[in-house]
Design a protein around this ligand. Structure first.
Ligand code: HXC
Ligand code: NAP
Length: 291
């Protein structure tokens, strides 16, 4: 078994209807592919219909699964309600929401216009709220059990310079995950989140590591395991968290980053750079101080 292989048994998501925001590219597309392989029916939704349709065609060919596309901007609540109604009338129900759509780019915060700041916050925080509220109302009114999975980041709790709107918005999404995990548990709606470290995608890399920043800041070097993530490992985790296998997991955020954020956090983690043969000398120096 390798981490690049699927983990769950083939019928793990049989007949579950999953709405994936931002499912036409990057990680959303990779997760959707695995959900289809596990028997789910997917609705991929985002702004660019052409991109969604081309992804749907590719995913259908690869998996033979059922896939529905719908163009919308998650910032627009009315559009989100229309999307929900369209998916329900297409599939008859919705069981799972994956809030994956996001906007982000690097910038010194003082360079941002008010509109630039709002664009990111509105896509990430308001968009996630819009989808969660519109689907939540439907589930609660119809007494349907459901699962919501939110994609956040490790800087949801540490914060991060140069991506401040994203950090603020993702922190809000994490707060919503934990809050509704408690409030809507009585309706049998579960909430969890995944905090990925670096998983190369065109959408993220074009905006976070433009030009030669890719080579200058090799993200694999920031990870104790010395590699970036493989999409299938994230898809495995996401499929588990939306499946019934994780029925007792509620309000959790699972980090999948090879230890990256902890490397930056631990006070003495810089000692990784001390060569092995220097430790005898260091130990002797410390012991000598005792006398
Ligand atoms: C400064 C910028 C900018 C930049 C856009 N703006 N890019 N300001 N630096 N690089 C400003 C614009 O000038 C404008 O402000 C405002 O932002 C809105 O820009 P629009 O292009 O009109 O907005 P919109 O079409 O809504 O696009 C939203 C977007 C765009 C966020 C700006 O990048 C986008 O569509 N992103 C979607 C996909 C994405 O971001 N994927 C990456 C997710 S990665 P003014 O004042 O001029 O009107 C991620 C990973 C995190 O989240 C963790 C990694 C480890
Ligand atoms: P991506 O391919 O750019 O995905 C973002 C998706 O969101 C796109 O499909 C985009 O589609 C959609 N989207 C953006 N704005 C939207 C809007 N207003 N309405 C509807 N859909 C919108 O980037 P990615 O790397 O796969 O990111 C996916 C998720 O993982 C994001 O939540 C991101 O924060 C998170 N993440 C990624 C990494 C990483 O290393 N890649 C690390 C941590 C967290 P349209 O353009 O068609 O709208």
């Amino acid at each position: 078994m390798k981490y690049t292989q699927g983990m769950l048994s083939p019928d793990s998501l049989k007949d579950k209807v999953i709405v994936v925001t931002g499912g036409g590219s990057g990680l959303g597309k990779s997760m959707t592919k695995y959900f289809l392989e596990l028997g789910a029916k997917a609705a991929i939704v985002s702004r660019n219909l052409e991109k969604l349709e081309s992804a749907a065609k590719e995913l259908k060919e690869q998996t033979g699964g059922e896939i529905f596309t719908y163009a919308l901007d998650v910032r627009d609540y009315e559009a989100v309600e229309k999307m929900r109604n369209a998916v329900v009338s297409h599939y008859g129900k919705i069981d799972i929401l994956l809030n994956n759509a996001a906007g982000n780019f690097i910038s010194p915060t003082e360079r941002l216009s008010a509109n630039a700041f709002d664009s990111v916050i509105d896509i990430v925080l308001k968009g996630t709220k819009n989808c969660t509220l519109a689907l939540g109302k439907y589930w609660i009114e119809n007494k349907l059990p459901a699962t919501v999975l939110n994609i956040v980041t490790t800087y949801s709790w540490t914060g991060s310079a140069y991506v401040v709107p994203s950090a603020m918005a993702k922190a809000g999404v994490l707060a919503m995950t934990r809050s509704l995990a408690v409030e809507w548990a009585k309706y049998n709606i579960r909430f969890n989140a995944i905090a990925p470290g670096p998983f190369p995608t065109k959408g993220a890399w074009d905006r976070l590591l433009p030009g030669d920043l890719k080579d200058k800041f090799d993200l694999a070097k920031k990870v104790p395991l010395k590699r970036v993530g493989e999409h299938q490992e994230l898809a495995n985790l996401a499929a588990y968290l939306v499946s019934d296998y994780s029925s007792y997991i509620n309000g959790e955020v699972v980090t999948i980053d090879g230890g990256e954020w902890l490397l930056g956090a631990g006070e003495f983690n810089m000692l990784e750079q001390v060569p092995k043969d220097m430790w005898d000398m260091l130990e002797a120096m410390i012991k000598a101080k005792k006398s």
